[in-house]
Ligand binder design. Structure first.
Ligand code: MLT
Length: 407
């Protein structure tokens, strides 16, 4: 008899954003004349930068000619892209990352979800709350979390992010093995200082642990004091992997391209305490289960590192940050406090009200979709997340509608 992986029964019935999409579809079906504005899922709305589009067209033409056609590429990504990343995202910030420590993939979501496979089934996890659901759900699927009791998994050390700590969690008092951190944070938009990250690196070293640092929103950082990469912290090369994405930086949510940095100096241990380079394990996993991102997509991604590409992506991000500023101002005028929106595309609004009720209020009274904080974890209760990804016109209309609905 074929059996299921029973760990799946410990999950919430559906993935947060699928759940929201279902509720919104039901509303739209019942109210076809009321146009919806989506500020829920963090999906970009502006077209690809011109440099990316030109590179995509040119590379597609190459695929159509015998002399330049390409079949399977290297599973880890083409050298032209890995070299550009090493130079522009790391060397330029004083971080020592080699090209062959960069693995190109089809998304940071996939990387975040897949990485846990190479670690033991009985390791101890430290996971933020609120959290990007992928970190926790993929560990539930792998059987690492124990049962869900009152909305929390018994075997997880939760890193509470609350108004009291400015949504930057404290170092746990217990030892853990695998620590998920995300800055600028999804969902809170909070950022971490160098000193805060240095404390995490020291904790990981002390416990022979690994930090999984999700830096998918780093391009939104405007405060020059805030680090863009965990590798700006001394010693991080020994204990941290970093996830990055072209999705929110250059509008690649639909085209798919991201990368994972695995320094050769990061070690994990077998039961006898022998050290194994995580780079070799990940390379084995990646080349066994993945065949590389499409050549034209990698060409389009590499185009963001040209001078014109840098200008165009900066303009794109400035545009979304302009939306975020309007949202911040409006949130204040509604009498709520919020974090994010200055170095991140998300605003985390402390409404003090039940978050699904607030979601329903915005949907029913303003036809605006947000994300209920409780969907990201217990500490998300009392909050909603509003994303700055939309056209200026839609953001302005949404804010006017919410303002009216809250009166
Ligand atoms: C979100 O809304 O949190 C994002 O879309 C997550 C993602 O990039 O998968």
């Amino acid at each position: 008899m074929i059996r299921i992986n029973e760990n799946y029964t410990k999950l919430k019935a559906s993935y947060l954003f699928s759940d929201i999409a279902k509720r919104v579809s039901a509303y739209v079906a019942a109210n076809p004349s009321k146009p919806i504005i989506r500020l829920g899922i963090g999906d970009v709305t502006e077209p690809l930068p011109k440099v990316c589009l030109d590179a995509l067209h040119a590379a597609t033409d190459e695929m159509g000619a015998r002399a330049t056609f390409k079949g399977y590429g290297p599973e880890q990504g083409y050298a032209f892209l890995r070299d550009a990343i090493a130079q522009h995202d790391y060397a330029a910030r004083g971080c020592k990352i080699e090209s062959d420590e960069i693995f190109i993939s089809d998304g940071a979501k996939c990387d975040c979800g897949n990485i846990q496979e190479i670690f033991g089934a009985d390791i101890k996890l430290a996971i933020p709350d609120p959290v990007y659901p992928v970190y926790i759900d993929t560990n539930v699927m792998a059987g690492r979390t124990g049962a869900n009791v009152d909305g929390r998994y018994a075997g997880v050390t939760y890193l509470d992010s609350t108004p009291a700590n400015g949504y930057v969690p404290a170092i746990p008092s217990v030892a853990t093995d695998l620590i998920y951190l995300c800055f600028p944070n999804n969902p809170t938009g909070a950022v971490a200082t160098k000193a805060q990250l240095a404390a995490w690196v020291a904790y990981a070293k002390k416990n022979k642990a690994i930090i999984l640092f999700d830096s998918a929103y780093e391009a939104y950082i405007r405060d020059p004091q805030i680090p863009h990469s965990i590798y700006e912290i001394e010693g991080a090369r020994d204990v941290a992997l970093e996830f990055r994405s072209f999705s929110k930086t250059a509008g690649f949510t639909g085209t798919r391209c991201a990368y994972l940095v695995v320094p050769k100096t990061v070690m994990a241990y077998d039961a006898a305490g022998n050290a194994h380079p995580v780079h070799a394990l990940w390379n084995r996993r990646h080349s066994t289960k993945f065949n590389g991102v499409a050549y034209p997509i990698q060409k389009a991604a590499a185009a963001i590192y040209t001078d014109a590409g840098k200008q165009q992506t900066k303009a794109l991000i400035d545009f979304y940050l302009g939306n975020a500023k309007l949202i911040r101002e409006a949130v204040k005028s509604w009498g709520f406090t919020c974090t994010g929106g200055d170095n991140a595309p998300y605003l985390w609004i402390n409404t003090g009200r039940d978050s699904w009720e607030f979601f329903d209020l915005l949907l029913n009274k303003a036809q605006v979709v947000c994300t209920p904080g409780a969907g990201f974890g217990k500490c998300g209760e009392g909050h909603v997340r509003i994303s700055a990804f939309n056209s200026r016109e839609n953001v302005e209309t949404a804010l006017a509608r919410i303002g009216a609905a809250l009166k």
